[in-house]
Design a protein around this ligand. Structure first.
Ligand SMILES: [Zn+2]
Ligand SMILES: [Zn+2]
Length: 358
């Protein structure tokens, strides 16, 4: 199938965004459009923005004037390879720093993040690759926090579901609320600056020379960052969280601790929790490596708490944790409620309750 009117690719535009715009310009709707091109009615549920088989890209190349590489570069695969290096790519697994979307089995994943101001009109809108990179909590252009749901009916943003009669990606596909009217929140300045530094690293291979890294390369940067994020999540569950926040001059965040409590991976966290952890990690990244090491030693963090919350490893983390104790006597992580022996009375009641089930 030949795409008659072919839109230009916007800067950093993600594949689905370009496909949706193509379908609208050509008077079609994304679902039937993709079925025609790829001969696959499950195309959208497979998250083509993350990974698309070469064979599928070739089908698209035949129908348009874009090259194989131009199309592949609209997906997240080339970026993920920069983050994780030469490790084997497994598209069935979750990817470090890549936000999952859609629904697989019974596990509901996040919807697609969007900037309400970037959804200008039905022909000029863009969803960009950075919206899927988990350190992005705001739009680089408009400096407002990204959204994921319709604020009126709470339905996830799924623009590929727009239909021919209402082919307007700025309308909620469930209740037709104009998403451009959503309440917007200004980005946290510090988190925004850090986010843009990381975007500059991944997109332009330009790493801030002041970052506390043993080696200044992308893999070292993103692995170190990801290990620290796992460590911080574990740390916030311990009684050392308060002292640590004080050290970073962030004691005012203490009251947020309850709200952002989660056992989700960083990639699956709600935006608010990711913003919280990014603020912490950006403070660490503004220090010198020796100062981080000193703080960790002073607060008597264990090697396990810092380095073993993640399966990744990095030279920077090895260096920082060199002198830390493997395990401490005082348990670091606050354990869940202990199982205590029951009194005679309690056992009796339990037995009665059990009997009714037998
Ligand atoms: Zn925007
Ligand atoms: Zn809605």
């Amino acid at each position: 199938m030949k795409i008659l009117i072919e839109p230009q690719i916007y800067n950093n535009e993600i594949l689905s965004s370009w496909l949706i715009r193509s379908s609208i310009i050509n008077g079609s709707e994304p679902s039937s459009w993709a079925t025609m091109i790829f001969n696959d009615n499950k195309f959208w549920s497979k998250d083509p923005d993350r990974f698309i088989e070469d064979e599928e890209v070739h089908k698209l190349v035949k129908g348009c004037n874009k090259s194989f590489q131009e199309l592949k570069n609209m997906t997240l695969e080339p970026l993920y390879k920069k983050i994780i290096g030469n490790d084997k790519l497994n598209y069935k697994k979750a990817w470090t720093f890549i936000i999952s979307t859609g629904q697989r089995g019974t596990y509901r994943r996040n919807g697609t993040y969007f900037c309400p101001l970037c959804l200008k009109n039905e022909k000029e809108f863009s969803l960009r690759r950075e919206f899927r990179l988990a350190w992005n909590t705001s739009c680089s252009i408009h400096k407002i926090n990204l959204l994921q749901k319709c604020q009126k009916c709470e339905t996830n943003f799924t623009p590929y579901k727009i239909t021919f009669d209402e082919a307007k990606p700025f309308l909620c596909t469930n209740c037709e609320y104009d998403l451009r009217e959503s309440n917007m929140k200004r980005a946290n300045e510090e988190v925004y600056i850090f986010q843009e530094k990381l975007n500059n690293a991944i997109f332009n291979e330009n790493i801030d020379k002041k970052f506390p890294l043993i080696e200044l390369n992308l893999e070292e940067l993103f692995k170190t960052l990801r290990i620290l994020l796992s460590f911080l999540r574990a740390l916030m569950k311990t009684n050392k969280s308060t002292t640590f926040l004080k050290k970073l001059n962030l004691e005012h965040l203490k009251k947020q601790l309850e709200e952002i409590k989660t056992s989700d991976n960083f990639e699956d966290m709600e935006l608010k929790a990711r913003e919280f952890y990014l603020l912490l990690v950006s403070r660490l990244f503004s220090l010198k490596i020796e100062d981080i090491k000193k703080i960790f030693e002073e607060l008597d963090f264990t090697y396990k708490l810092v380095a073993k919350q993640s399966t990744l490893s990095s030279k920077t983390i090895d260096y920082i944790t060199k002198n830390l104790k493997v395990n401490s006597k005082n348990k670091d992580v606050v354990s869940t409620k202990e199982i205590t022996p029951k009194s005679k009375e309690e056992v009796k009641i339990l037995l009665e309750e059990l009997k009714s089930c037998l």
